[in-house]
Design a protein around this ligand. Structure first.
Ligand SMILES: Cc1ncc(COP(=O)(O)O)c(C=O)c1O
Length: 432
């Protein structure tokens, strides 16, 4: 596709055709397009100080962004390393985990465990910890041995167990050695279509990691910056209550939080890693430095500040929480459509898994079901994301939607109606 312009929740191609952008670009345009405040923030920063050499100095905008982000993230985070993408931020987190283990007297600890179906980015180090086979497979010869445990994916439980009787067996099976770190997407999106980990899962992960002397790295690249109704998905999930009214994840705070995408809202490349204070202090004797030419760039930082202002001061995150029931109703109404196996998600992040039958038998890959559904959406003027591999290997078809967080009810209704029509046109009932 060749795109020429964008406004609000729509983009236009070079032929003048308008599309509802139901995935916020690459899951990042949280505030929609053509926001004057973001454009102004960029132009002002560009005319005042477009660049400061990271190994020597820091621009004022960047210093202010650090302060403001740390204040919004809250305790125990006391340091942030800035990058210009999510993949680089994952690399930085892996480097920090290594330095942390060295500083803790365990230099031999270098294995980082990850989870099946979880995606962590495109660089070789990020692919190395990616458990989503579709992305790993083309580079398997260049990567280390696969080290991913089972994901918290109840609809396709690795042992066909049922929560809560499963007693979170997936978490126990995932952390079964003494790793340097465990990395997980708080809500695994691109590869698994946003299954929500059950109550107690994050707390179990934290206990297992700390018991093993490992860092818990929360990859919030896709789920951060309002996507699930809070600054990060883990912040949202720790407030959940279970059937007994308790909040079992209450104290489940990651050691490192990796972010990207929505931090720059599609206007500027901005990512990074938040470090909990105990990690910062452990690194102190030798320090930790990661300097890249554009990491913490002042223009990106100025955008980051404006994004934080909008998310918090304009109440965009509350808005997501207030509209969550509406988007959930709309998305779950698709559950009865032929070929829909599961609808899952939270906030403004939803996945629709397609399968042959109620047991979840995946369609033959040769049918290209997800790709065809995406094409049907596009023909109806809507952009969605198609993904494969959620049922293992390259099997399983998913459609993901994640509209801009400012989308009005009308756009959300159009999104669900278009998806319904597109799925009908994909003729899933007759596909075998
Ligand atoms: C969870 C997660 N981590 C990391 C990345 C990589 O981010 P980037 O594309 O900015 O390198 C992505 C991108 O989709 C992602 O979804």
């Amino acid at each position: 596709m060749l795109l020429s312009r964008a406004e609000g929740v729509h983009v236009w191609d070079a032929d003048g055709r308008r599309y509802l952008d139901a995935t916020s670009g690459a899951f990042c345009a949280q505030l929609g397009y053509s926001r004057p405040d973001l454009v102004l923030a960029m132009t002002e920063a560009a005319s005042r100080l477009p660049h400061a050499r990271p190994s020597l100095a820091e621009g004022e905008e960047t210093a202010a962004y650090r302060r403001e982000l740390l204040a919004r993230a809250g305790a125990p985070f006391t340091r942030v390393v800035l990058t210009s993408s999510g993949s680089e931020a994952v690399d930085v987190a892996l480097k920090i985990a290594h330095r942390y283990q060295v500083a803790s007297g365990r230099p031999e600890r270098h294995r980082v465990l990850s989870l099946a179906g979880h995606y962590h980015g495109q660089t070789l180090a990020a692919l190395d910890v990616t458990g989503w086979e579709v992305r790993r497979a083309p580079y398997a010869d260049r990567l280390g041995p696969r080290r991913s445990g089972p994901a918290a994916f109840c609809r396709r439980c690795f042992r066909s167990l049922v929560y809560p009787d499963c007693r979170l067996a997936c978490a126990d099976a995932a952390v079964e050695e003494l790793p340097a770190a465990v990395i997980l997407e708080t809500v695994p999106a691109a590869g698994l279509g946003a299954p929500i980990p059950p109550p107690g899962y994050l707390a179990r992960m934290r206990t297992l990691c700390h018991g093993a002397g490992a860092l818990w790295i929360a990859d919030e690249v896709l789920t951060g910056f309002g996507r699930t109704g809070d600054l990060f998905a883990w912040k949202r999930l720790v407030t959940r209550v279970d059937a007994s009214g308790a909040a079992p994840d209450r104290d489940a705070i990651p050691d490192l939080v990796v972010f990207g995408k929505g931090a720059g809202a599609g206007y500027a490349p901005l990512g990074g890693v938040l470090l909990a204070d105990r990690v910062v202090r452990a690194l102190e004797p030798d320090g930790f430095a990661h300097h890249q030419t554009y990491g913490g760039n002042p223009i990106a930082a100025a955008v980051g500040r404006a994004v934080l202002r909008a998310l918090v001061d304009e109440g965009v995150m509350e808005r997501v929480r207030a509209r969550e029931a509406r988007i959930e109703d709309l998305m779950r109404s698709l559950d009865v459509e032929p070929g829909v196996f599961d609808v899952r998600g939270l906030g403004f992040l939803w996945g629709v898994e397609l399968a042959q039958d109620e047991a979840g038998t995946p369609f033959a890959r040769a049918k290209r079901v997800a790709e065809r559904a995406l094409e049907e959406c596009r023909e109806r003027g809507m952009l969605v994301h198609a993904s494969t591999g959620c049922a293992g290997g390259d099997a399983g078809d998913l459609i993901l939607v994640a509209p801009p967080l400012v989308a009005e009810d009308e756009a959300l209704e159009e999104m669900a109606a278009t998806l319904r029509a597109a799925l009908a046109a994909t003729s899933l009932a007759g596909t075998r």
